[in-house]
Design a binder for this molecule. Sequence first.
Ligand code: F6R
Length: 369
Amino acid sequence: EKGGYDYFMLKEIAEQPKAVADTLLGRIDGSGSLTLDEVRIPTRVLREIDKVVIVACGTAFHAAMIAKYAIEHWTRVPCEVELASEFRYRDPILDAQTLVIAISQSGETMDTLMALRHAREQGSKVLAICNTNGSTIPRESDAVLYTHAGPEVAVASTKAFLTQLVACYLVALYLGQVRGTKWGDEIRAVIRDLSSIAGAVEQVLGTMEPVRELARTLAAKDTVLFLGRHVGYPVALEGALKLKELAYMHAEGFAAGELKHGPIALIEEDLPVVVVVPSPRGRSVLHDKIVSNIQEIRARGARTIVIAEEGDEAVVPYADHLIRIPATPTLLQPLVATVPLQVFACELATARGNEVDQPRNLAKSVTVE
Ligand code: F6R
């Protein structure tokens, strides 16, 4: 049932191109517009929304963070993202003009369920993004957009995360389409790029052997840091979470701009630091700032592991290890940049003799608050 792989996690990592393609299937029509018939919230209501709030836990929360960048950019509707476990305990401001999105692979996470119940009590519409048909969260929501990752067995989420991202992009683009924003051309271009993104994920998967080799050399390390900016910041958090849960290592993700406000004090000789580099096209200012960050930490002895787009030559002099990913539009980069981090964590866990599919102390679905 592991399809020839040693672990479900490896199988699920390998299934990502298909999971991504399946989640897009039937949702982009021939003319390049989105048809999300399943989103049974009337377009009239979606046009009147004045705020989006996304609630989720763990890996799904990282997808939510990325969704915020996409939703605000493409729709200009303010978007807040909150850990489901914090949400209802602080009396959040919600009303009928708030669209609440609950993201959950299992559809049974109690924290997320309680957050969406609270939102509905305040009169907000709730859209679930979920991977498990007929589970509690979609049943209790006003509408659901299913991710089509197929069953995810390994405790650490991989393919569900990528499909959550796809679903978030679809919702963001759909909101943009329904509301009509000044980004119309960009939205059409992104819809085209999304249609070919599964191929880019496949391409990354084909180049992972050096990442595995690198992971094996780091098995005795105590700490790994992850840096990113813009949508690369949640990717850094996700890379750190994977390493904590699978390798039981101390791992932290930071927004690279925060380095100088504290975390740079952690940098010492030979400390592995993974840096997710934004595209040098698009938001090139961010790219240049992150290249300076890599320079700074390397000058202080860090072992830099740099994830950068093909053709990005500016990073080469400062990268002790360079992991290439295909060029994508800025907002879609997490779909390719996360994959090496999953492989890295999985291989480190194996090298440390850990149980990859069933990490200690964790359960696949967390049905208690
Ligand atoms: C991390 C992981 C967890 C889940 C979190 C939410 O690899 O699997 O952090 O993402 O428990 O679970 P769902 O998405 O089922 O609500």
